[in-house]
Ligand binder design. Structure first.
Ligand code: ADP
Length: 150
């Protein structure tokens, strides 16, 4: 059984993240979405809300588990018996960032990273944009997974 984790802050989870997970299910039998508690990032939504949104998005999907974690990502992967880290890339910035972490995670943890390119229509969608819109009371439904309301 091929298992992966999909780690991130997901503050909040967007349709861009959602599409990476759905496409990841063509490669993996099971994906654990790990909502990381990143000390360096100030959170917008509390962790319970972030977990709840993702669980709603995948409520009919038994190949997906959603968990929070506050350990090193490679240790979380090991805890989940996952040999792979799934990540998405939108642009060069994402690529540079992912490349360095993937190298460390392979050397230190023996965990391979699998990168999927974003679908072009989701290229400019980020949690940051969603938060900006929310700060101005704008509708964000087109940035969210289908049927998900914040
Ligand atoms: P992190 O704080 O770890 O960067 P994010 O929640 O911002 O976590 O993102 C998690 C993963 O999803 C990262 O690999 C990121 O590049 C990817 N991602 C974010 N937005 C999109 C998108 N619109 N399309 C594809 N991948 C995306």
């Amino acid at each position: 059984m091929k298992k992966a984790i999909f780690p991130g802050s997901f503050d909040p989870f967007t349709i861009g993240h959602y599409s990476i997970v759905l496409r990841g299910l063509k490669l993996f039998d099971h994906i654990t979405i790990g909502v990381g508690i990143n000390q360096a990032k100030k959170q917008f939504f509390p962790i319970e809300k972030r977990l709840d949104l993702i669980r709603q998005a995948f409520k009919d999907e038994d190949q997906i588990t959603v968990k929070e974690y506050n350990i090193l990502t490679i240790d979380f992967a090991k805890q989940e018996n996952a040999g792979f880290i799934l990540r998405g890339i939108r642009n060069f910035n994402d690529f540079e960032y992912e490349k360095n972490i993937a190298d460390i995670n392979r050397k230190e943890g023996g965990i391979e990273t699998v990168l999927l390119f974003t679908q072009p229509e989701y290229e400019s969608i980020s949690s940051t944009i969603v938060r900006d819109f929310l700060n101005y009371d704008k509708d964000v439904s087109s940035f969210m997974p289908p049927g998900i309301k914040l």
